[in-house]
Design a protein around this ligand. Sequence first.
Ligand code: MG
Length: 332
Amino acid sequence: MNKTISLACGNGGEENNELISQVFYKAFKNDILDKSEDAAIIHNGELAFSTDSFTVSPLFFAGGDIGKLAVCGTCNDLAMMGAKPKYLTCSVIIEEGFETRELEKIVRSMKKELGINGAIVVSGDTKVVPKGSVDKIFINTTGIGEVLKKGISSNNITKDDIIIVNRDIGCHGAAIFVAREGIEMSSSLRSDCESLFPQVKALLDANIKITAMRDATRGGVSAVLNEWAKQSNICVEVEEESIPISDEVKGICEMLGFEATALANEGTFVLAVNHDDAERAVEILKTFESCKSAAIIANVTDAYPKKVVLKSSWGTSRFLDTPSGELLPRIC
Ligand code: MG
């Protein structure tokens, strides 16, 4: 580990994983934390519990704002464990001089998103710090959800599973980049920021055999697939052409030299479902407005090494590694 914390330590990729395992996991080690899921499963498997802090810059962007993000982020981590989001806390750190009107706008966004999840804020904290001590506003939310389907875990994926993505990837990362750089784009590029519980509920109601789900936030789809390969000790074979990516996101990636698979998302998730149910899961997802491009993207095999392999339509293949470096800081 380096002597000081770099921006890359918060990227959701390689450096971030190193910091978490060598500082936090080392100190807090316990069986629940060791499972490394999107939310902790507690109370005999009945409750999911998760927390997330939001520092996004700018606060308002195409498709959302820090308030919507703060509710979606925590509720989505609960939903990824097959849980219905129920109770949230809301803790804010506000910079002196921040406009009350902007704060009210952010809180209204939070309220709207809570409604979509059927969740409520039951506790909170407000701190105001002198100008310059924080950039405008940071928000932390912690949430408790009721597990509707037990046993969903990123540690249980096998070669009986097929891997699906619910929509086109990379929109949040690309939208934040455009908003931050003030790039004028006459495109329809918007963050994918969205509550995922309605999609998860539809899949559960249809009895889709879900093995694992994970929202592809920082580090994008490639971080999720690499985490799964490691946690479940599997080889993930991705068909590159099958990954849905919009033309706008492709354009931004070319401009930045980024891979869309490494861009952050806030309403995009990866699912591992039993192969018998894969086609049906895609059809259910496609009934949602934002998920018209839902697709099967990968197979799971026993092949060595237990990594993520990206296969092109020309028959070539390469490893898709966990993203590293600074990427885009303060994306969420
Ligand atoms: Mg997550």
